[in-house]
Design a protein around this ligand. Structure first.
Ligand SMILES: *Cc1c(COP(=O)(O)O)cnc(C)c1O
Length: 242
């Protein structure tokens, strides 16, 4: 085992143990948090070390990059691939071919486009809706900073749930970068409140997934109810771009 390989394994196991310990500390159900390891900008050797360490969920931002890496990786039958980056229409074909969950559905239009491409391919795909909880103009997603917009969001959820190729399971957010992890707590709480509001007002099955927390603040996210955390550099080391 090379030094780099050993480092990734040890980082992965450490982060996983920390999550398990925090889940226990706040009296959540054991195993209720999925650790999605984010591998954008990482070489395949490091990704293979991650997979060999037992990682089951991998997050990528650029589907074309993912497609290139996939042919060089082995033992990936049990990996669930999560798309977490901005969705470009002309890259949707890679999503259809290679991904299991799309976390970054940022608008009704994007949902409709995804639906028609997955329908064409006779595939169904799990999705999350990306929510902008800070109002930052640079952030993608449904802007839900003002509670008066939540009612309309429930209508969007209802509409998206009628799209036959999509299986809507939850919400995802990227909070603004703060000075420390505690700064994220209020944003994570807001996302959880949106989920509770939607479930109270929507018809049909409740949404269950909350994807929030990165290398910087994943333990705070676990405390606030994350069911998915997306951790990159804390496990994989620095990437070639960000
Ligand atoms: C890159 C990325 C992450 C991981 O960030 P790290 O700081 O490397 O943990 C998580 N979520 C999204 C949406 C990302 O683009």
């Amino acid at each position: 085992m090379s030094e780099e390989t050993g480092q990734i394994r040890s980082n992965y196991l450490t982060v996983r143990d920390q999550i398990d310990a925090r889940v226990k500390l706040v009296h959540r159900e054991p195993g209720s948090v999925k650790l999605v390891v984010v591998t954008k900008g990482q070489p395949v050797e490091k990704m293979q070390a991650l997979i060999d360490s037992g990682a089951r969920w991998i997050g990528e931002n650029y589907p074309e990059e993912t497609a290139e890496k996939l042919s060089a990786l082995h033992d990936i039958q049990n990996i669930e691939w999560h798309m977490i980056g901005h969705i470009q229409s002309r890259k949707i074909k890679y999503l259809v071919q290679h991904f299991d969950v799309v976390e970054s559905v940022e608008s009704l239009e994007t949902a409709q486009k995804l639906n028609s491409r997955f329908e064409d391919a006779k595939r169904k795909i799990k999705i999350l809706l990306e929510v902008n909880v800070s109002g930052e103009a640079t952030k993608q997603g449904f802007d839900l900073v003002n509670r008066k917009d939540w009612g309309r969001f429930v209508d969007y959820v209802g509409e998206i749930e009628t799209l036959p190729a999509l299986d809507l399971v939850g919400l995802m957010t990227i909070p603004p970068l703060g000075d420390d992890a505690e700064t994220s707590r209020a944003y994570f709480r807001l996302l959880r409140e949106v989920l509770e509001y939607v479930n109270l007002h929507k018809h049909g099955r409740a949404l269950s997934e909350l994807s929030m927390g990165t290398s910087f603040d994943y333990l705070v996210a676990v405390e606030e109810g994350a069911t998915i955390v997306r951790v990159g550099e804390a496990i994989m080391g620095a990437r070639h771009y960000s």
